[in-house]
Design a protein around this ligand. Structure first.
Ligand code: NAD
Ligand code: GLY
Length: 362
């Protein structure tokens, strides 16, 4: 088992990574010494893994909340289900919530923990690769509003993260690849050696080789926790974690969240950001080729549906910033392993990138 810390002073917390950790009585005993415990999961994950967690926590008395599965249920209603259950069971301020699931369950549970009686402890037990390498670490919690994704939320750090590689055995292949997009992101934005390691091991990761998974999750969490420790509330460097995301969110919105998983949209977005960096002479053509090859080998999409329009995507990309009356900043690359935030890109080159990717999709 690997253990590392997210360093945030008196709010620092451990991340445990390894095979079979869900059943580790040792870890659970270390984390849950006193107080009531409530496990929040969903209808897909609970039948697979809830019993393992309950057995490991026995003989403590545990309540459970099983939410509906899907991004469309990441709402105030789901949040309210958790809060109602806590109140009905008279949970006090020293209770601990356990988020057993992917990013959706993690974000809802974190937000409920932040709000219940002005803040109680929660433990992230991420069950998708994406949540193990990204959403469970760093304390962003939220639910969606019908007018915008993640629009209701707070920064609120968990007390621990338990990333068990064994649970990834039941993850659908497409979700696995989507998680790999975020893993590849860390190599691209700040860790060139890790990018090379991924080039040598991507097929072993797809085959869910445990040793490789532990290494990839550890390296991803190390990169993320370094950034979060420097800039917890995203007033500066944390923005580079959004590499590919401005493009990716526009793709998700333009396709009504039906065509691509989040990680898939981010993969296309990262390639677009690399392409735009090349058009400015900041990144070599050879590096873009390496990005393209690795994403392709990870079974990630690399083009957009031809029915989209470049102007439509550009308009969606601008929406957030327009509201704030600011110029659109993008995270671009100087080389593999070095990202930077800039508004000094040329608009016509951005249009060329958008148009080229729409053509490639056909
Ligand atoms: P998800 O939580 O919807 O999980 C994907 C699917 O896989 C779901 O159907 C889920 O039930 C299923 N699943 C999960 N674990 C499984 C397992 N072990 N075996 C079989 N099936 C399993 O999606 P996700 O990709 O984990 O997370 C996406 C969410 O995370 C989005 O809501 C996004 O906004 C959020 N997010 C948050 C942050 C953050 O910093 N808080 C960062 C990135 C993404
Ligand atoms: N997923 C981006 C962040 O945590 O900042």
């Amino acid at each position: 088992m690997k253990e590392m810390a997210v360093e945030l002073g008196d709010r620092s917390y451990p991340i445990f990574i390894g095979d079979g950790l869900l059943s580790s009585k040792q870890i659970w005993s270390r984390l849950c010494r006193t107080g009531q415990i409530m496990v929040v999961s969903n209808e897909t994950i609970a039948p697979l893994y809830l019993n393992q967690v309950m057995d490991a926590l026995a003989p403590r008395k545990i309540s459970t909340v099983v939410l509906s599965d899907g991004e469309k249920y990441k709402t105030l209603d789901a949040f309210n289900q958790v809060i109602t259950q806590l109140l009905e069971k008279a949970y006090s301020r020293d209770c601990t919530l356990v988020a057993l699931g992917g990013g959706v369950v993690g974000d809802i549970t974190g937000f409920a923990a932040a709000c219940y009686q002005r803040g109680v402890d929660y433990i992230q037990v991420p069950t998708t690769l994406l949540s193990q390498v990204d959403s469970a670490v760093g304390g962003k919690t939220a639910v969606n509003h019908m007018l915008g994704k993640n629009m209701i939320g707070v920064f609120y750090q968990p007390v621990a993260v338990i990333a068990d590689t064994q649970v990834l055995s039941t993850l659908p292949d497409r979700e696995m690849s989507a998680g790999l997009a975020e893993v590849i992101k860390y190599g691209l934005i700040r860790d060139p050696d890790f990018f090379c390691w991924l080039e040598n091991n991507i097929e072993r990761l797809l085959a869910r080789d445990t040793t490789c998974l532990v290494h990839a999750i550890e390296q991803s969490c190390r990169n993320k926790s370094d950034i979060v420790s420097l800039d917890e509330r995203e007033s500066g460097i944390r923005a580079i974690l959004n590499f590919g995301h401005t493009f990716g969110h526009a793709i998700e919105t333009a396709t009504s969240y039906t065509q691509f998983l989040h990680g898939e949209a981010i993969a296309i977005g990262m390639l677009m950001a690399a392409d735009l960096s090349k058009r400015h002479g900041w990144l070599s053509a050879e590096s873009v080729e390496r990005v393209w090859k690795l994403l392709n080998r990870a079974n990630l999409p690399i083009g957009l549906p031809t029915k989209l329009k470049a102007e439509e995507l550009r308009a969606i990309m601008a929406i957030d910033k327009k509201a704030r009356n600011a110029k659109l900043f993008l995270v671009l690359l100087k080389q593999i392993g070095e990202a930077f935030l800039t508004d000094q890109y040329r608009e016509e080159l951005l249009t060329d990138t958008l148009s080229e990717f729409i053509l490639a999709g056909g």
